[in-house]
Design a protein around this ligand. Structure first.
Ligand code: FES
Length: 94
């Protein structure tokens, strides 16, 4: 957890899935690296508060829910449950 500064994105592999970890204040959220629009790498996007913007066309996701907030079209990026235990981050991928 200490390796994950607030406001930064980290790409990890979990069970063969590319997962983006996003730290927002003292919480960590995890979502797929693949933007649902055209597959842009969300780990190369920008995190602003809880909003993650895709580097390709700027779609924005709320990392807490995976919901696309701009444009609001009911699209979602896959998000995964995170547990932090003793400073270690565990992500549950399907
Ligand atoms: S691929 Fe992410 S906004 Fe287009």
């Amino acid at each position: 957890m200490d390796d994950l500064p607030a406001g930064q994105l980290t790409l990890v592999a979990a069970g063969g899935t590319r997962v983006v970890l996003a730290r927002v204040h003292d919480e960590v959220f995890a979502c797929s690296d693949e933007c649902p629009h055209q597959g842009g790498p969300l780990s190369e996007g920008r995190l602003s508060g809880a909003r993650l913007s895709c580097p390709w066309h700027g779609w924005m996701y709320d990392v807490r829910s995976g919901e696309c907030v701009m444009p609001a079209r009911g699209v979602r990026v896959a998000s995964y449950p995170v547990t932090v235990e003793g400073g270690e981050i565990w992500v549950e991928v399907p």
